[in-house]
Write a protein that binds this ligand. Structure first.
Ligand SMILES: [Zn+2]
Length: 71
């Protein structure tokens, strides 16, 4: 299953690596990452173990094809 690796930030699409850089930069600006499909809030998860870096919805959205259960 393809992971979500692109999101919207300030009306522009950015990829997961940019999002993690922004998160890691310690910016005090709350980064408002949004799903490209449903426009709900998402957050970046860095790669770890067997999982590639990807975005996850803060709240699962059954109507969004990008909102997968995280397993
Ligand atoms: Zn979504």
């Amino acid at each position: 299953m393809a992971k979500m690796t692109v999101c919207i930030l300030n009306s522009k699409s950015i990829d997961i690596n940019e999002a993690i850089d922004i998160k890691d930069s310690g910016s005090k600006v709350a980064a408002d990452f949004r799903c490209t499909e449903c426009n709900k809030p998402v957050r970046p998860h860095r790669a770890g173990g067997h999982a590639a870096a990807h975005f996850e919805h803060l709240e699962r959205n059954p109507n969004c094809s990008q909102s997968h259960v995280a397993r």
